[in-house]
Design a protein. Structure first.
Length: 197
């Protein structure tokens, strides 16, 4: 896959990805008109995704085993989001994957002092930058699933779209207007076909 391809650069982000990188992670596998796209398909692609999202410095290598863990975290998060959306218990393996990522680089409390004064900051262990990146993503997902935004988390209602987003209003059912337009066009086509002799 060409790392600078228009698929990556022009894939519209969905509501919530700007606030939750774990949501962006889950949405790295999607379908386009010419087939499936996986932005984490190999170690190089996974490294690029982490660098572009400022979770890993470019100079830090990222190997196949680490990219496998990132893809496993993505699939675990997808299972957790699906269970949340369905109001069911998630698979134990999905919880295990998330909890293992959280434990791989546990945060250490620090005192941070900015212009507005002191505050507590929990900084992940940076001894293993790849584990720290996964830990940050797992922590982000935990915050999403347990916070006020959890009620807004929903899967796209368009057939074949596996993306998740945060609803900006109760009636929103599609991750992007592109998915909504596709569904409406399919309905219109089906109605025309049903009306024709």
């Amino acid at each position: 896959m060409d790392r600078e391809s228009s698929v990556f650069l022009h894939q519209p982000s969905v509501p919530g990805e700007d606030r939750y990188l774990s949501l962006a992670l889950v949405n790295t596998r999607f379908a386009v008109s010419h087939g499936q796209v996986d932005l984490l398909e190999d170690a190089e692609a996974a490294h690029l995704w982490l660098v572009r999202h400022e979770l890993l410095p470019d100079r830090i290598p990222f190997n196949g085993r680490q990219s496998g863990r990132l893809r496993a975290l993505r699939e675990g998060l997808r299972a957790l989001y699906e269970a949340h959306g369905a109001g069911t218990l998630p698979p134990a393996t999905a919880l295990d994957i998330l909890n293992a990522a959280l434990a791989a680089a546990p945060p250490t409390p620090r005192l941070a002092w900015a212009a507005d004064g002191p505050r507590r900051a929990d900084v992940p262990d940076r001894g293993n930058p790849a584990a720290a990146a996964l830990s940050l993503l797992a922590d982000d997902a935990t915050e999403l699933l347990t916070g006020a935004d959890a009620a807004l988390l929903t899967g796209c209602a368009a057939d074949g779209c596996p993306r998740w987003f945060l609803r900006s209003h109760g009636a929103r059912r599609w991750c992007t207007t592109k998915c909504g337009n596709r569904v409406r066009a399919a309905r219109a086509y089906a109605a025309r076909k049903a009306d024709s002799p």
